[in-house]
Design a protein around this ligand. Sequence first.
Ligand SMILES: NC(=O)c1ccc[n+]([C@@H]2O[C@H](COP(=O)([O-])OP(=O)(O)OC[C@H]3O[C@@H](n4cnc5c(N)ncnc54)[C@H](OP(=O)(O)O)[C@@H]3O)[C@@H](O)[C@H]2O)c1
Length: 349
Amino acid sequence: MKTFQPAPDAVDQALIPRKTLYTGAKMPGIGLGTFGSDHADAALVANTVREALRMGYRYIDCAACYGNEPEVGEVLGEALKEGLPRSELFILSKLWNDKHEPEAAVAACKKSIEDLQVGYLDMYLVHWPFPNYHEPGCSGDARHPNSRPYIHEEFMTTWRALEELVDQGLVKALGVSNVTIPKLSLILRDARIKPAVNEMEMHPTFQQGRLFQFCLDHGIQPIGYCPLGSPARPDRDKAEGDLVDMDQEAVQAIARAHGIHPALVCLKWAAQRGQVPIPFTTKRRNALANLRALTEDKLTALEMEQMKGAERNCRLIKGQVFLWEGADTWQDLWDVDGTIPGWHGYENK
Ligand SMILES: NC(=O)c1ccc[n+]([C@@H]2O[C@H](COP(=O)([O-])OP(=O)(O)OC[C@H]3O[C@@H](n4cnc5c(N)ncnc54)[C@H](OP(=O)(O)O)[C@@H]3O)[C@@H](O)[C@H]2O)c1
């Protein structure tokens, strides 16, 4: 039988930074994104995961809705059979919006574990905090008739089902994604098992300073999605006025000074600031450069300060496909005025 062989140019595991979660688990300081969007099919993503494991990635950021967990799981299962210790891996998956009912949530989590061939998940997230669904490939202005604003009691019913999965050892820890301070405050108040991570959009032009600090203050590790500004995101997530992170002068000037690609500046900034970035790529060369970005050639304190100046409050994943009938704008999803919009008189207490 084949044994798991690191690539000749693999990054030494000892050099890759780790974050200690409140659970005591040590999470790699960078993960590989697996959202192939509309352009990378499941086989291509799975092949990148195979290469990534061999070069030293251990955190793979998965989700049922990415439509590739069975293919990614083939690769993970193969690596485990070849002798890669399960304890070295950090496998995260996410509950999709149409599976929030407790029974469906438990079944969805078990399916992800089975598809990914990993026996248990290191982290399970509620992908979005409401059960709003959109048809694959739908247009940006589509509204599903069952969509509704966040309802805290509904969320907690889902969360309690997930807490039982932790009790059973199927999931090591729970996390949230796409939440706001008002929603996270309610979840922290009522959760028996507190979220250990918050996966949130973060890149130089969208630093989310307040939510980032709120997470740190509450012992929640921020994970930064779209760390490179997701240049190949689906068309429905592109809007007039969106900025390109890698074209920002602050990013480019630092890239020139270090003689590196602007993508690597985004990742160094992210890791040095304290989030765990999860860049996606289909190219071996880029995957390796992204991993190495964390282990060599740090940004200076001055450069970290200059990166603060790239902030433009430019949210890319606005989530408009999750809006409900009657909602005004995508801002309604993000509680920008500090309150959670209600539904049929429902109050988020
Ligand atoms: N929780 C959520 O709701 C949520 C939402 C969105 C995303 N995510 C997660 O976050 C991950 C990352 O976000 P994302 O995929 O949208 O965007 P991203 O990581 O910001 O950008 C990925 C793009 O950057 C390019 N790239 C990667 N490394 C590069 C390098 N070194 N130099 C130049 N270009 C490079 C890739 O192209 P090449 O293939 O050509 O390298 C790809 O097109 C996703 O895959 C997913 O796991 C989570």
